[in-house]
Design a binder for this molecule. Structure first.
Ligand code: SAH
Length: 448
């Protein structure tokens, strides 16, 4: 079956007492119950989770919370959050991601960074910073490419910096990348863990991108932004209202969506005056992180590659849950399912505030095609003589590229310094202008 996309993250708005909504408002709120209109999975054991008990106590004491606060608790609460405790990626987990489907995915992304490193004049050092690395598979595949191109990178000082809040995932990443040989809380470092990759490259772990040392950096965020908490807003006859999570007074220990009785600071700040949609999701944390990346790229150089499912400011209700590869009611058994919302690329673009140029979003199948996935597939097919491997290669190619699977719904988006796309005017020597290399993936890959 096609892998369901999946999702984590933080920050709340003030708590507002929310009465039971009625009329069209109630209908709108009720529609949200199912999460993107999907069919909820049959409930398994453990509905009364420790997370649910924690939330019920909190809601009884202080009233309803924003969807963002709910999502942050459910996903990254240090004791009971989904990513902290249960989250797993792959067949045995709740969702599958592209790097887990095929090694080709990470290899092509590795080549993207090499190609940008060359286009940016082969700086003497770079940091590869991955946000939300999951099992660490993507960085592992990228490091294999760096090793294969060792002669090219021999004079370059490369280091890996992973931004991960989940202790469980950081342990899995450490095993994958270093064989588990890591040092916790190293002195003189802003990192909470460090080690050396199997290929001899230093690897550091942080909880926040702010802790990563400054310097020329390539950033990578694959299925990271969709895991960050969103605020949800509904247009009503009385104006914009924020969707909140509350206890259902009719059913014991069950949660429900309600609407704030009046506008909130969030409705005032996050809704654009020219907004035409009736329902809007905003992820301020994604905005803050993109702003940081854009500031760093503007100051120290580098680039950011963001890949996720999303839209360009057009979709409405995309909040959904996944458990065991099936849609899961977002309000049921919190902490046992992945919660996710589509990334709004138009919001990310806006939050760069013009500090960097942006490219995309472009569909995954177009990006991978531009990166030469067809050629790479042919080489791997030619090099394998057993039928099972060849079938596996073709099957995973279809998963990544088929428009009905991951080819069309996943998108690539990049932040680049302005001078990477537009050459600064050279008044005195216009003849010395050499043509700029196209940015691979968004155009043809021209490796020299
Ligand atoms: N990029 C991986 C994993 C995606 S799952 C892949 O494509 O396979 C999301 C990842 O982000 C997990 O590793 C999760 O623990 C991490 N994560 C979620 N919220 C985070 C946050 N606020 N800060 C840092 N990491 C976070």
């Amino acid at each position: 079956p096609p892998p369901p996309p999946r999702s984590g993250g933080a920050r709340s708005a003030p708590l507002i007492p929310a009465p039971l909504p009625t009329g069209p408002v109630a209908a709108a709120a009720a529609r949200l119950f199912s999460g993107a209109g999907g069919e909820a999975e049959a409930e398994g054991p453990g509905r009364d989770t420790a997370m649910l008990r924690h939330l019920l106590l909190k809601l009884r004491a202080t009233g309803p919370v924003t969807v963002a606060e709910y999502m942050r608790e459910a996903l990254t609460n240090p004791g009971q959050g989904y990513y902290t405790r249960r989250g797993d990626i792959g067949e045995s987990g709740d969702f599958v991601t592209s790097p887990e489907i095929s090694q080709i995915f990470g290899e092509l992304i590795g080549i993207w960074y090499i190609s940008e490193w060359i286009a940016m004049g082969k700086p003497k050092a770079f940091q590869l910073v991955e946000l939300g690395p999951g099992r660490g598979t993507l960085t592992d595949d990228i490091l294999r490419v760096f090793k294969q191109l060792a002669s090219l990178l021999s004079k370059c000082d490369v280091s890996i910096h992973l931004v991960e809040v989940s202790p469980k995932f950081s342990e899995i990443q450490a095993l994958m990348l270093t064989g588990g040989k890591v040092q916790s809380n190293p002195e003189d470092e802003s990192a909470y863990m460090k080690g050396v990759s199997k290929t001899g490259i230093p690897v550091f772990w942080y909880r926040d991108v702010q802790d990563v040392p400054p310097g020329f950096s390539f950033y990578l965020a694959h299925e990271f932004f969709d895991a960050l908490p969103i605020h949800k807003f509904q247009r009503t006859e009385k104006g914009w209202r924020e969707v909140l999570v509350d206890i259902d007074p009719e059913v014991p220990d069950q949660l429900r969506f309600v609407l704030s009785p009046s506008s909130t600071p969030a409705t005032e700040n996050f809704i654009q005056s020219e907004e035409t949609r009736d329902h809007v999701e905003v992820c301020p944390e994604a905005g803050v992180i993109i702003q940081r990346l854009a500031c760093r790229i503007e100051k120290d150089g580098g680039a950011a590659l963001v890949a996720d499912y999303g839209h360009d400011g057009t979709k409405t209700d995309t909040f959904r849950g996944f458990r065991n590869h099936k849609l899961h009611d977002v309000l049921r058994a919190p902490g046992t399912a992945d919660l996710t919302a589509d990334v709004d690329f138009s919001y990310l673009r806006k939050m760069t505030q013009g500090r960097t140029a942006t490219l995309g979003p472009i569909k995954q199948r177009e990006f991978l095609k531009n990166m030469g996935i067809d050629l790479r597939l042919q080489v791997l097919l030619q090099n394998s003589d057993d039928t099972a491997t060849r079938e596996q290669l073709l099957h995973s190619y279809d998963m990544l590229m088929n428009p009905k699977k991951m080819g069309d719904c996943f998108h690539f988006f990049a932040l680049l310094p302005h001078h990477r796309l537009v050459q600064p005017e050279r008044k005195h020597k216009p003849e010395s202008k050499s043509p700029l290399l196209p940015v691979a993936g968004f155009g043809e890959l021209l490796l020299q």
